[in-house]
Design a binder for this molecule. Sequence first.
Ligand SMILES: *Cc1c(COP(=O)(O)O)cnc(C)c1O
Length: 443
Amino acid sequence: MTSPRILIPPPGPRAQAILDRDARVLSPSYARDYPFVMERGQGAEVWDVDGNRYIDFAAGIAVNSTGHCHPEIVKALQVQAEKYIHISSDYYHDVMVRIAERINAIAPMQEDATIFLANSGTESVEAALKLARYATGRRQFIGFLGAFHGRSMGSLSFTASKARQQERFFPTMPGVWHVPYPDPYRPVFPIPPGGDIGDAVVDYIENVLFPEALPSDEVAAVLVEPIQGEGGYIVPPPHFFPRLREMCNRHGILLIVDEVQAGVGRTGKWWAIQHWDVEPDIICIAKGIASGVPMGAMAARQSVGAKWKPGAHGNTYGGNPLAAVSALKTLDLIENGMMENARALGAYMLAALSEMQARHPSIGQVRGKGLMIGVEFVLDRATKAHAKELRNAVVHRCFETGLLMLGCGQSTIRFMPALMITQDLIDEGLAIFESAVTHAEKA
Ligand SMILES: *Cc1c(COP(=O)(O)O)cnc(C)c1O
């Protein structure tokens, strides 16, 4: 039996007290869409400090991959915490080697991978950018409009999903050229005969960008998300990655794939890029890898990664023992069932949302792979005008009625629950979502 969801309209009194204290001491730069105040979590459900229960379709922004507080993760952390919590990457330890071996074993490259361990997504992107410059001796880069790669000065120079993220921070790192991401629903270029918008974007780089503005032999790397995350859960069409890989090969450009949000089993494969059978030179990993303990990683083909000399890059916490044991356990759990669950229940959820689309004119498109699904809202299916306010109203209504959701892009809501979620919880969450859509459409 499911327990009642909302007992006290949020924020309740206990939540409000924490919101007030938060406002006094925490940076106003954190963007919060609604005032959920966490008390505890279990699997794909969370409870707030006033006793309200929510289904969690956000999973801490695709981080709680094995669900909240999986008992085996908790146990692994407890056992490690009693041995040692930190020693730093100046020394050696077994769990640091084991997690690197494990990432190497699943990295989407034929060659062995060289692993750099970090603490967040942005740090794994910075490592990739520095390695790309170091290994190629080239200085410029290509990124994509709508991209999100982080907020430190290097990764921020690629981030282009909201103008607010750039406002008053220029100059960031120079030498980054943005091209449109291939969005099949909103193509910005005419589509060539027999091709798709992926061909059109690569043609634009080769036939416009290179001859007119950017010498291709000065480009160190292309940095790209396999499925655009913050930018709107956009799934590129079939030709894009094979054409991009071929273009990179021809010009000696490295292909860096940012798997921070899409990776680690979420899409039903270890890495989202594997849906297109394309091998990157470098991947960036974070979010889902350690079930919520901060961790990032960069995996590079050994012929690229081995070029760094000692001291070229480093950090204090890389390979942190708590993060490493949590990641090792996370990868075991994902391999032994959760990845298959993400594939199967992702297909189930996608089908259910597509059916829902037929009942709701405000839903313009439903798309995704595995448990990485986006529902895009439009004012009108013909013009595809973004229904941003309606999207925001749906997210809010979900919160008020017991479901945690997050937006992305200009008018999309993303579905990124824990990979262990059950069909019952999906059904319960989708029912809340649909009544929120109905409610917002009537308003
Ligand atoms: C979240 C995200 C990042 C940044 O990760 P942080 O841990 O917040 O620094 C980078 N790339 C992608 C694709 C992301 O979704």
